[in-house]
Design a protein around this ligand. Structure first.
Ligand code: GDP
Length: 140
């Protein structure tokens, strides 16, 4: 195992439900250290760019609409094998398939409104962290 960093987003459904604090606490309780975190509202162009990998998927426009409907918390989390471990703590994409006790099982309500995002590879984690945070913010 080696220490990694991953990009986590608490999505607008969870933030508007007042669950951002509980979810960040959940990550910390599971041993994911918060290196940096910011509350922000994604612009349409930011959401289009962040999810460009999905631009051919039928849900792309709906996902962009959802991700821009209100504030999110973007965070950099650190742990041993943080990329895969954070995805394990989040649970499956569809909350109805997510294991009991995972963030998506606890706070998600549909395959789209699933409370959180986590990078899916170390390479993408580095790209996604650089999308939101500068080097000076990542020294903690
Ligand atoms: P993730 O890595 O588990 O977040 O899943 P994906 O990379 O496959 O999808 C990105 C995001 O798009 C998911 O977290 C959901 O918010 C949304 N999404 C994925 N699949 C679907 C779908 O079939 N329908 C809709 N409406 N949204 C989806």
């Amino acid at each position: 195992m080696s220490i990694e960093r991953t990009l986590s987003i608490i999505k607008p459904d969870a933030v508007s439900a007042g669950k951002a604090g509980a979810i960040l606490q959940h990550f910390e309780d599971k041993g994911l250290r918060v290196v940096a975190s910011r509350k922000m509202t994604l612009s349409r162009s930011q959401a289009l760019a962040f999810y460009a990998v999905h631009k051919e998927r039928p849900f792309y426009e709906s996902l962009v609409e959802f991700m821009t409907e209100g504030p999110v918390f973007v965070s950099v989390l650190e742990a041993d094998s943080a990329v895969s471990y954070h995805r394990e703590v989040m649970g499956a994409t569809n909350p109805s398939d997510a294991s009991d006790g995972t963030v998506r099982a606890l706070y998600g309500s549909s395959i789209e409104r699933n409370a959180c995002h986590g990078s899916d590879s170390l390479e993408n984690a580095q790209i996604e962290i650089g999308f939101f945070f500068s080097g000076a913010e990542l020294l903690a």
